[in-house]
Design a protein around this ligand. Sequence first.
Ligand SMILES: O=C(O)[C@@H](CO)OP(=O)(O)O
Ligand SMILES: [Mn+2]
Ligand SMILES: [Mn+2]
Length: 589
Amino acid sequence: MAEGHRSTLADEQFGQGLPEHSEAALREEAAAGDFRLAPHPTITRIGKPLLLIVMDGLGESKFHDEFNAVEQANTPTLDALKELAPRRWRMLKAHGTAVGLPTDADMGNSEVGHNALGAGQIVDQGAKCVDGALATGSLFKLDGWKWIEANAVAGTLHLIGLLSDGGVHSRYDQLTLLMEGAIQQGVKRIRLHVLSDGRDVNDNTAVAWVERLQGDVAALSQRLDVDVRIASGGGRMAVTMDRYESDWRVVQRGYYAHVLGEAPHRFKDPVQGVRELKKGNTVSDQYIEAWVVVGEDGESVGRVADGDAVVTFNFRADRMVEISQALEYPKFDKFDRKRWPDFRFAGIMQYDGDLLLPKHFLVPPPLIERASEQYVVGTGLRVFACSESQKIGHVTFFWNGNRSGYLDPKLEKFEEIPSDQGISFDKAPAMKAREIAAATKQALLSGKYDFVRCNFANPDMVGHTGNLKAAIEAVTVTDECVKVLLDAVDQAGGRFLVTADHGNAEEMSQRDKAGNPVIKDGKPVELTSHTLNPVLCAIGGPGLPGRGCCWQDDLPNAGLANVTATFLNLLGFEAPDFYKPTLITTDGE
Ligand SMILES: O=C(O)[C@@H](CO)OP(=O)(O)O
Ligand SMILES: [Mn+2]
Ligand SMILES: [Mn+2]
């Protein structure tokens, strides 16, 4: 059924112009050799590894002042890439329509960035698919809605997700359209379980967001004569939105607050309550502890009951997988659920197409067909991918077009370095970069792999804390680790490509329209989000062909999706012709 959903909607409304294939068919084809790459005419295979590094959240800003953590950091390796090989580096677009987001005002993010890097194509992303399904009303006609409809109408509809207009995981306008649409379908009672952001939008805006929602909910309730209330919440990094099993306690807090109605903070009015929790702004919006709204009787107003319906309204997958498991799996041992009511659950998207999780979803997810790894393993190349827990799925799941697990366990090895748990990453800004470098170096020198890729999480994760000093340290350590790996490429006689998935650390202060840092109470106001900035792409290594490679001159608007054909060339192969064009040529140098 899931496949049927995907194909109908993908074809009719958001067609990618590529042939329809089910996952199973794709794998069969791979096995049958349909994914063999043709050798590149001039960049030959040398039997030495290609290294690809993603520096997560490291972009280039036009502001060259003290708030640019990338420029403030000590980066001799990255500087040398530019200075020593002027024709082997360039900048790439990493935001907006260049990576499949709805508009060029949308900042880049890891999901779309790694999807583009791995898939070589620009695919309409989840945000756009949900926009379309809400605009046409198809969302309420498909099987996902049908699955929850009777419960939603007869019981309570619970909506769980991130409260902001960041556009990375969710969007406020989609939440309100979803509510309105559900009410038109006959829903009378809605409970909202909302996570504060402070990461994709400015920090210390949590109160304003809850206040806005409270206002809109009051107006809606009155206008349409329905009972809608804010029921529970917390900060996204402390409650519900863990990813890649970094810390299940985060999900447990969410399940307890949203489903059981249990939380350390209980108050009658969510605006006043959150205002109290945010007093003096001593805690970031991202880390607000779990809270529930209680009625006169002291009981939670929004615990999930038998016969209710639950929808998670984040369209992005990584941070919804664990809560979906907690909501959906009959057998579940990550924490004690205490009570698992008999409700019906649908995600606004399916968050994992291989696990088919959740089973029911309101909007078909973007299917990314013919991702590069299918060709890479289809050609028999051996792959090593490494990161720490916070980003491991980025270089595997997102990279492989949202496929979880191995495409070919005989040819691929994914290595996860456990991330620190329970701390804000500015407390340990190196994160696990050195461990990632060590594991990746070992893979490069082992002779066991043709394609070795890794992701350094710390410019991004530390950038999100808003702590400038820590972000500078994070970038410095990243540069040091890039050096370790480029030295290993030298030793191995291989080739490399260094890039990033979007910006973050290069802008650590909010700016006014004139570009000046925003100052409040005598202090610069931190910027915790990603940016719209371009990212570096640099190639090199002793294994480059005799006459070398350099950039094509005619691709001024190239973006992350052009990297895919480029690294396939560096592996010694031609890219599929429907991929975005390669950035390199062997003419002219
Ligand atoms: O932390 C995350 O979930 C996002 C920001 O919302 O960052 P990234 O896209 O880099 O993973
Ligand atoms: Mn990222
Ligand atoms: Mn990020």
